[in-house]
Design a protein around this ligand. Structure first.
Ligand code: ZN
Length: 73
């Protein structure tokens, strides 16, 4: 995407991109990331952020899950 901007912007579903660290696969810092939700581990909770590339990878895995399971839940 060539539209990486320095200021936060909203995507189609209203979530806001902020500059920060990707908590997913690449762990880059100072890049636009999106809050994905709270993550729980050992009774603690933290905000999970992901960059555009890693979110695309994650969504690909979600699609694979649904395709493999055929009927969602
Ligand atoms: Zn990432």
């Amino acid at each position: 995407m060539a539209s990486a901007s320095r200021s936060p912007h909203r995507n189609h579903d209203g979530r806001e991109w902020v500059a920060g660290m990707c908590w997913l696969y690449c762990r880059r810092d100072g890049i636009p990331v999106l809050w994905l939700g709270p993550v729980s581990s050992h009774g603690m909770q933290a905000p999970l952020f992901g960059c555009e590339l890693c979110i695309a990878e994650l969504e690909h895995m979600v699609w694979q899950y649904f395709e493999a399971n055929d009927s969602p839940l």
